[in-house]
Design a protein around this ligand. Structure first.
Ligand code: MN
Length: 727
């Protein structure tokens, strides 16, 4: 804790006329009023106002501001009253302490009040006297420096968030860059320790690699300027983690792509020398386009003046350079406090240097601007993530628990598919290793590698999991293709035929397959019998076999009655009994049931004549019919025969959503079987955590049969939605 005489000495060092008596009285009064109160750190409470007064003295503020710092919490936390403060320390101090207290009360409400609104109230309070804001900033700065003593994480977060959203931007607006930077860094460390940690880890890594080049570049710049006859003070620094983080977020660039990891400040004697230095540097180094800004001829609204430029520096790095005079530097660091006038009556906001303050209030008073103002300073919260770097310094964010597999797929699918190992911070580690913040990861790949099903167990990102599954599916298809091919060859050979591409191509559509490979894979997966394919390619063979077996035994081909019918109908418009259950057809003309709408006996139907194909039967509400509206001559009136064939099966198509839970598929098939339906095809079209969307083909006698099944399915708890599919 700063002692009484130290504080007085500090103030006297820059303001010899300061009123020593009032400083001493305020110190003693505050000490007495706060008494035995303690801070969260266990320190006496009064250590806080004293530190705040110390910060204000560093800003070299007037005595009233220092006294206000010492007394700023007495109205809120002790039995002191405004009248008492006015009597003991004067109206000015009483008013200032009252203003700071009002700001503190705003804070308590800020959990429930909208931030932008808070900000406007805050600015209104501030505009009565700029010193209220300065004391408040010093108060906040000390509270942020000691934030780690507060035990409740929620409260720490709220204070940090408010600092980031309101106080750091305000400090910036009044030109106090130094205070702003410290507030931001402290808040960043609380709000996103992982993000900050990863930037610091990256700094550490670069330093370890021996890239201690800041002093070298400094010397080089001094030399370049000296050769041009300029004496300059050059200082370089790494930018703060938060400013780097924000640029990486905003510009979506990697660490090394940032021009301003390193910034160099050049201080010269006067304005003419600023431009001279600029000329020397631009003559020597390659200038980065669009980095040059002249804030000397056009100062920022907060009074900031400087030249900014970016060049490819002596060591080939992109560096940022600020060129200014000592006076401009003073202004840049201390902002409004740099203009303090130590005269009787204190500073006045009517002075010309406060013109910016009035325009600031104008800007902030308009709500949309206040929102914008908050918007770009908002910090994203990444609680559940880890941040890692590629060897080239690109930042990759992943969910917590992610492994090198996730990292590899995040870099590129190709990298993921071929990864065999990972070098984490230079060490080879297993692919299941969980990544930590700031890790630098190099993925080792091999062309011979393919994804393994076991990877899925330790991948956490959707991208990696999907890629692994996709690969496994492709491989499974290859196996199905092999199996299907050998099944078909065996079946065909038994009847003395060869499997030919042409033969399969001619019948693939019967089995609703887009290519012959699809057909073969479907056979391999057991969804279509190889015998059915044989029958489809050689329909004559089927007739012979039936004749050989004879009579009723051949009526039903159990595996695929529906498909049997499809080919049967192609044969010439007659079913096994020599009838088609449809009236109004032209005798001898081939008939198909449209696959878009799957007409069922009982549906209202129309026929469409297609050259070379015969008649296609659609339901009357089928969307496909629209494309035939210009050719009415192709439409024919058809209907179902009154007595349907009881043993005939037609394919009805249903779109069903079932819960993704054990037993739901079996209850689905049980319900359909119980109602004498037969599932001839099932396709899952969408699969999520909670639900499966699927398309099911059910063999039914007629539309009423399908309606019965639909109703029964809708009554089943595990089934969420059922509707008849129209395509
Ligand atoms: Mn305080």
């Amino acid at each position: 804790m700063i002692r009484q005489f130290e504080l007085v000495e500090r103030v006297h060092s820059y303001d010899p006329d300061a009123d020593e008596d009032v400083l001493n009285r305020a110190y003693v009064y505050g000490l007495k009023k706060h008494g035995t109160q303690l801070r969260a750190s266990g320190d006496p409470y009064f250590s806080h106002p004293v530190e705040v007064a110390g910060i204000l003295a560093e800003m070299r503020l007037d005595t009233s501001s220092i006294v206000t710092g010492l007394l700023h919490d007495t109205l809120e936390d002790t039995d002191a009253t405004r009248d008492e403060l006015a009597r003991l320390f004067g109206d000015e101090v009483a008013k200032l302490v009252d203003g700071v207290t009002k700001l503190s009360r705003l804070e308590v409400q800020s959990e429930t009040t909208k931030e932008a609104e808070n900000l406007r109230k805050l600015v209104l309070a501030m505009s009565t006297d700029i010193r209220v804001l300065l004391v408040k900033l010093a108060d906040r700065l000390h509270n942020m420096r000691t934030l780690h003593h507060i035990k409740e994480p929620g409260r720490r977060k709220r204070i940090a968030r408010e600092t980031m959203d309101i106080y750091a931007p305000l400090a910036s607006r009044i030109g106090m860059e130094k205070v702003k930077r410290e507030l931001e860094e402290l808040a960043f460390g609380e709000l996103n320790p992982d993000g900050r940690g990863s930037v610091l880890a990256r700094f550490g890594y670069l330093r370890e690699k021996g890239e201690r080049i800041v002093p070298e570049i400094e010397a080089e710049l001094v030399k370049t300027l000296a050769e041009g006859g300029l004496v300059a003070q050059v200082s370089g620094r790494e930018k703060t983690p938060y400013s780097i983080w924000r640029k990486m977020q905003q510009k979506n660039v990697s660490f090394e792509q940032l021009a301003d990891i390193m910034a160099f400040r050049i201080i010269v004697a006067d304005i003419a020398q600023c431009y001279q230095a600029l000329g020397l540097l631009h003559g020597r180094y390659q200038v980065l386009p669009q980095r040059f800004k002249d804030y000397i001829s056009v100062p920022k609204p907060n009074g900031y003046r400087s030249l900014h430029t970016g060049v490819i520096g002596p060591h080939g790095q992109r560096i940022e350079i600020q060129i200014r005079t000592g006076e401009m530097q003073e202004q840049a660091e201390r902002g409004v406090a740099a203009h303090w006038i130590y005269k009787q009556g204190g500073p006045s906001t009517d002075a010309p240097q406060y013109a910016w303050l009035r325009s600031l209030i104008d800007i902030l008073d308009k709500s949309s601007n206040a929102e914008d103002f908050l918007e770009h300073t908002k910090l994203e919260m990444f609680q559940d993530q880890v941040f890692c770097f590629t060897p080239k310094g690109k930042l990759i964010s992943l969910p917590r628990g992610a492994t090198p597999i996730d990292f590899a797929y995040a870099v590129h699918s190709q990298v993921g598919d071929t990864c065999v190992g990972a070098r984490i911070n230079g060490r080879m580690l297993p692919l299941r290793t969980q990544l930590a913040n700031g890790d630098q990861i190099e993925i080792v790949t091999s062309k011979a590698q393919t994804p393994s099903p076991t990877w899925e167990r330790f991948a956490v990102t959707g991208k990696a999991k999907a890629a692994i599954r996709r690969f496994i599916r492709v491989r499974q298809r290859e196996q199905y293709l092999q199996l299907g091919r050998s099944l078909l060859e065996k079946t065909f050979h038994e009847e003395g035929y060869e499997v030919t591409e042409k033969g399969l191509d001619g019948v693939k559509a019967n089995f609703k397959q887009a290519s012959t490979d699809d057909l073969i894979a479907t056979v391999g997966a057991g969804l279509v019998g190889s015998r059915d394919v044989l029958m489809a390619v050689y329909p004559g063979l089927k007739q012979q076999r039936k004749a050989a077996i004879g009579g009723s035994g051949a009526e039903v081909v159990p595996i695929s009655r529906g498909r049997g019918k499809a080919s049967k109908l192609r044969d010439g418009g007659a079913n096994e009994h020599g009838q088609i259950p449809i009236t109004g057809l032209i005798p001898g003309m081939a008939v198909h049931f449209a696959r878009c709408c799957h007409p069922l006996p009982g549906d209202r139907i129309v026929g469409i004549i297609t050259t070379g194909k015969g008649v296609t039967i659609h339901t009357i509400d089928c969307a496909t019919l629209e494309s035939f509206s210009d050719t009415p001559e192709r439409w024919i009136d058809v209907g179902w025969e009154a007595v349907g064939d009881a043993s005939a099966a037609y394919t009805g198509r249903l779109k069903i959503t079932v819960a993704n839970q054990p037993g739901s598929l079996s209850s689905l098939s049980t319900v359909i079987a119980r109602h004498d339906g037969n599932i001839s095809n099932l396709r899952i079209v969408n699969r999520s955590m909670d639900f499966f969307d699927m398309v099911i083909d059910v063999e039914v006698a007629d539309v009423k049969h399908l309606a019965d099944i639909t109703a029964a399915l809708r009554a089943t708890p595990a089934i969420n939605a059922v509707e008849r599919a129209r395509s």
